[in-house]
Design a binder for this molecule. Sequence first.
Ligand SMILES: O=P(O)(O)OC[C@H]1O[C@H](O)[C@H](O)[C@@H](O)[C@@H]1O
Length: 349
Amino acid sequence: MQLTREQITSVDGQNMWELIAGFPNQWDEAMKITEDLSLSVDSDKVNKICCVGMGGSAMGPDLIKAYSFGCCPHPVEVIRHYSVPNWVDENTLFIACSFSGNTEETLSALEQAREKGAQIIAITSGGTLLLNATKEEFDYIKIPGGIPPRAALGFSFVPLFRIFSYLGFLDEGEEALSETELFLSQQGELLSDISDNEALSLARELQDTLPIVYSDSTVMKPVNQRWRNQFEENSKTLSYGNVLPEMTHNEIVGWEQVVHLTGRLSVIMLFDKADDKRVRKRMRIVKDLIEDQVASIHVLSTRGESRLTRMFSLIQMADWTSFYLAIINNVDPTPIAKIDLLKSRLAEE
Ligand SMILES: O=P(O)(O)OC[C@H]1O[C@H](O)[C@H](O)[C@@H](O)[C@@H]1O
């Protein structure tokens, strides 16, 4: 059954539709903002990279970490906390990512990294982070503001791509950025056709279930995480996930005692052509072993040529699927009432 425009506009009060549909343009804008990037970081000194960010602003760092897994010569760590690890020092490239520039965990971690003499770059649209960057004169990339951080993934990821590329840490270049932009426009056209599209059909099959997302643990790990985060923030639907091979050493056994949930769980398996072959085989076996306990099981494969395009092909699918699930659930995808409530309670103490 198709959706109507009226159905969408009556639920999507703050126009998440526009943001998801506008993602390819955002990608293009982010490429333009960062095309003449120049940094004062001393790349010869850098021997490890530590990124900090929370929620939607940790997704860019997670993606660059996974994307550069096979080519970056240095370890990359992503911190989602007030504190930084003891190893952060003057040879650490420390990238602070906060869309608003006011997230307390990110600001606290940044302060510690400053004290330890790390080389700092900030990616933000404003707030205290931008203020600190200008006052304390560390490198920053200013991105446009005014939208929910999770809808600003192009603005948070492309600068990271450009930083890593500038420092010579990547094996794919500009052509991967352009291929991704073109791919996102073309796939976006298909996924925004409300008469019938893949994301909408998937959302319908997921309705009234708890979606569980499985994937390989290297390149696809943050893509897996994006699916869950978007189900949670956009669709207001609890989602769970895990990565292979690890889950085949413990979690798979847990499927023995979920009889009371049979029919209430759905599984999404994310595949990429570069997945480890043994992991791929494990994934297929897992599918066989759990198939009769789930409401539905969906195998999704990345599309496109470059690793970058492939990762973002399923990110865009996640964004649209979570959007449609929100509309089907009759909830506005934009507000995040529970996070707002939590923040106001935190401010009381
Ligand atoms: O990007 P920031 O402004 O630092 O925000 C990070 C996170 O903060 C809040 O919890 C928002 O509700 C999240 O959606 C967001 O991703």
